[in-house]
Design a protein around this ligand. Structure first.
Ligand code: GKR
Ligand code: MG
Length: 417
């Protein structure tokens, strides 16, 4: 079995005007899709964050991929590392991830087994996800940034609605939880002054009760002093406090002052960060992400490290389509040690490139037994979203620029409060 074709397709999916510390989501989020085809007629899919540089990075890997046997992942990993040398570790991890996932999809199809079986088999039959709440402007993104139809109800109405204060967040949480059955709630913070976001956490606690775990993620835009001050108020309220402050050293300091588990997808983000994370004790929980950590096997390795060192493991996400979600579920199912419900942006998206739809039940997704990732590429949709990418004029994610369209002169600040 040899890889005979490699197709790299950047796409743009409609994305709602969600707010975060870096600004605002643009009307389109970029993803890059890789399709590997073998000489015996199978195709395998991978998905990573998009944009010109990432897409080019993947295209540059062609020589390391064509004519290779998809089962020989170690060989491919060596070829890819040689290609990137140590110049761009992030780009390497993304390329590794896209290609490794596509190879797993191929291996699964060739052996008639789901990817989870190639990773050691199911440690669970379903993977739990958390509701991902965002402050947002009105609209659902896309060509016109259009508002939902007036007759929309439930989550369809809520995901188009404005949510700019605590009560807006509670309404959003109620709608998303009712639609998907999520049992944990995460608020993307770093948007409004800390007191308003802390008020939102208390409003969620009041509305959902103490059995629904809550998380707050200000994306490292708070100072250490601010993180300590507000962290103390949130003791006993949060399941975890995600990246309120930047750097492992500051997280370690924060951990000494507040009685809350600290989680990260910003301070400890690669295997080379692990030794300091353990020396400093910077975080209690690491948010894995197969896109950034280098693939599915890397995620299994990360889980083992977390278990060994007594750290919790959760999962991070960005706006994504169904190939990523399928991979998250397959790898999530293979992790004997996954201590928290995973993040996903999926409920915010309403476009995809696969034919299947995912049915969340009680906030969880069943692990598919279909071969490979268990998804079928919809070539018409892929072509449409690629066309969109070419036309939309966005070549890199830039939340600051998108925010400036709404608020001229707005500037990102690494530490705002
Ligand atoms: O989608 O706005 C967003 C998030 O802020 C995303 O970009 C982050 O990477 O979800 C992420 C996080 O947990 O930090
Ligand atoms: Mg985060």
């Amino acid at each position: 079995m040899k890889i005979s074709e490699m197709h790299v397709t950047p796409i743009a999916i409609s994305d709602p005007p969600l707010l975060n510390a870096a600004g605002l989501h643009a009307p389109f989020a970029l993803r890059t899709i890789v399709e590997l085809v073998t000489d015996d007629g199978f195709y395998g899919l991978g998905e990573i964050p998009g944009g010109e540089a990432i897409t080019q990075g993947l295209l540059d890997c062609r020589d390391a991929v064509l004519s290779q046997d998809p089962f020989q992942l170690n060989n491919m990993a060596t070829l890819l590392s040689e290609k990137f040398k140590s110049k761009n570790p992030r780009q390497l991890a993304l390329a590794q991830s896209a290609l490794e996932v596509a190879c797993f999809d191929l291996m699964g199809k060739a052996t008639n087994r789901p990817v989870v079986d190639l990773l050691g088999g199911k440690a669970r039959d379903q993977v739990d996800f958390a509701a991902y709440l965002f402050y947002k402007y009105e609209g659902v993104g896309g060509e016109l940034g259009f508002a939902p139809k007036p007759e929309a109800t439930g989550w369809n109405a809520a995901r188009g609605a404005e949510a700019l204060d605590a009560q807006g967040i509670v309404r959003q949480a109620q709608a998303i939880s009712q639609a998907y059955g999520f049992k944990s709630l995460k608020l993307k913070g770093g948007v409004f002054p800390p007191e308003e976001e802390v008020e939102a956490m208390f409003a969620l606690r009041e509305a959902f009760g103490e059995n629904v775990p809550l998380r707050l993620d200000p994306n490292a835009i708070w100072s250490l002093e601010t993180s300590i001050r507000w962290g103390k108020k949130l003791e006993g309220v949060l399941e975890y406090y995600e990246d309120p402050v930047r750097t492992q050293a500051s997280m370690a300091e924060l951990g000494k002052s507040v009685n809350l588990p600290l989680a990260t997808n910003m301070c400890t983000t690669s295997f080379s960060d692990i030794p300091t994370a353990m020396q400093l004790g910077s975080e209690a929980i690491i948010l894995s992400d197969h896109h950034y950590w280098g693939g599915l096997r890397a995620t299994v390795d990360l889980a083992r490290i977390c278990q060994t060192f007594g750290r919790g493991l959760s999962m991070h996400s960005n706006s994504h389509v169904g190939v990523s979600l399928a991979a998250m579920v397959q790898v999530g199912a293979a992790l004997p040690y996954l201590s928290y419900a995973c993040d996903t942006h999926y409920p915010w998206q309403y476009e995809d490139i696969i034919q299947e739809s995912f049915a969340f039940k009680e906030g969880a997704l069943e692990v598919s037994d279909r071969p490979g990732l268990g998804v079928t590429l919809d070539r018409d949709k892929l072509a449409l979203l690629h066309e969109r990418y070419l036309k939309c004029g966005i070549t890199e994610r830039n939340d600051e620029l998108a925010m400036q369209e709404k608020q001229p002169g707005w500037r990102f600040e690494a530490s705002r409060w």
